[in-house]
Design a protein around this ligand. Structure first.
Ligand SMILES: Cc1cc2nc3c(=O)[nH]c(=O)nc-3n(C[C@H](O)[C@H](O)[C@H](O)COP(=O)(O)OP(=O)(O)OC[C@H]3O[C@@H](n4cnc5c(N)ncnc54)[C@H](O)[C@@H]3O)c2cc1C
Length: 371
């Protein structure tokens, strides 16, 4: 039996980042069922930083994270965490209402002509985009570097990452959580549920009421585009309705139909039909022929019923802290989100940069599911 101040369940970006902050003043362990951290959703993202993407709390966290991505603490990363890459939003036929919605909550978008769009995205099909909006504040994140940076910070502060340790049961006794795994019993007064798609599974194992999390599969395919130069410099391209997107990766193009298929938590894989649909929509928007798929992958984006993350102590279960429901924005928001979560857990004031973004705590608290 091993005793800690705090046990974090899950070594994805959520668990790694909150644990790094908590380990500064507490004895913390991360328990991870896989034999390496980041095997599930964290290792499968599209790695895009887009400060206009997500529900209001995620916009606040993402915008408040910009400085960290651009100027991480000394020694955190030995290469840039964020490399600028523009994004283009095309209003396809019938997407007028979606465009109004996009413009209502976005900041810093500039409308550009079809000719200007084709200068950076030369494969745009003439006539496809009724209007085009440029977001110059987006970029590619180095997810692995960010994740490893937090894990390194955690370990340097005395934290323990315990891999291949699946949490199988939790029992609250005399103010302590007893966390059972095939590797033994771990005990702490506080557990952080950072188990991603398995968030409600962990709740049920703990005898805590679930919040209604829904993992949704997203599939991504990589296509080579022989005969095209300069692909690496193309922008992320998408339609306003988010029915497809493409983004350069390693001299090829990542394409997705932005699928959101509800599934149970599992080791996700790409859905062939969703990939085919993404390629069809991409072809309708561009002038290219797609000859073959290089490779593909799938991952689970997990959402609470209202689409916002769930961060905070459960009002009905002492010492049970939720850190789930980051949906499709859990990397770009991680720096400010994790600092906020650690502050809420420790009873500290919220970080100024998050207060400056007018975060509304009622949008993230687990209390909202407990009426
Ligand atoms: C295709 C795709 C594209 C995306 N694109 C972007 C993007 O461009 N930008 C962005 O910001 N976000 C993006 N996201 C979302 C982002 O990847 C997630 O929000 C984020 O990775 C969630 O991190 P997490 O730590 O909560 O989950 P995870 O990384 O899944 O970590 C949870 C961990 O908990 C562990 N666990 C579960 N149950 C147990 C148990 N019983 N015992 C021990 N350990 C357990 C799991 O093994 C896992 O390692 C994308 C996601 C997908 C799938």
């Amino acid at each position: 039996m091993k005793n800690y101040d705090i046990i974090v369940i899950g070594a994805g970006i959520a668990g790694a980042s909150i644990a790094a902050h908590l380990a500064d003043s507490r004895k913390v362990a991360i328990l991870e069922m896989e034999d390496r951290p980041g095997y599930h959703t964290t290792g499968r993202s599209a790695a895009t930083y887009e400060p206009n993407y997500g529900p209001p709390p995620m916009l606040a966290f993402t915008r408040a994270s910009a400085r960290f991505f651009n100027e991480p603490p000394a020694g955190f990363a030995d290469a840039p965490l964020l490399t600028p890459r523009d994004s283009l939003f095309f209003m396809a036929r019938g997407q007028e209402k979606k465009t109004e919605e996009l413009l209502a909550f976005s900041t810093g978008l500039a409308e550009i002509s079809e000719k200007a769009a084709r200068e950076s995205f030369p494969i745009l099909r003439p006539g496809y985009a009724k209007r085009t909006f440029l977001d110059p504040h987006t970029g590619d994140m180095d997810v692995d570097l960010l994740h490893r940076g937090y894990l390194r910070m955690f370990k340097a502060r005395g934290g323990e990452v315990i891999l291949s340790t699946e949490v199988k049961g939790l029992l609250h006794r005399n103010g302590q959580w007893q966390v059972a795994s095939p590797q033994g019993l771990f005990v702490a007064p506080v557990v952080v549920n950072a188990s991603g798609a398995w968030g409600d599974v962990i709740a049920k194992l703990s005898g805590v009421k679930p919040v209604g999390l829904q993992p949704k599969r997203r599939s991504i395919g990589i296509i080579p585009l022989p005969g095209h130069d300069g692909i690496a410099d193309w922008p992320l391209a998408t339609d306003v309705g988010e029915t497809w997107y493409s983004k350069p990766q390693g001299g090829k193009l990542m394409v997705s139909s932005a699928d959101t298929t509800p599934v149970d938590p599992h080791d996700a894989y790409a859905d062939d039909l969703a990939i085919a649909l993404g390629i069809e929509r991409f072809k309708a928007a561009t002038t290219v022929e797609v000859e073959h798929l290089d490779h593909s992958w799938g991952g689970l984006r997990t959402f609470a019923p209202d689409g916002s993350p769930v961060i905070g102590f459960d009002p009905e279960a002492e010492g049970f802290f939720w850190l789930v429901g980051q949906g499709g924005y859990g990397i770009q928001s991680a720096p400010a989100l994790s600092e906020t979560a650690a502050a809420l857990l420790l009873g500290h004031p919220l970080p100024d940069k998050v207060v400056a973004q007018a975060l509304d705590l009622s949008h993230i608290t687990p209390h909202r599911f407990r009426n």
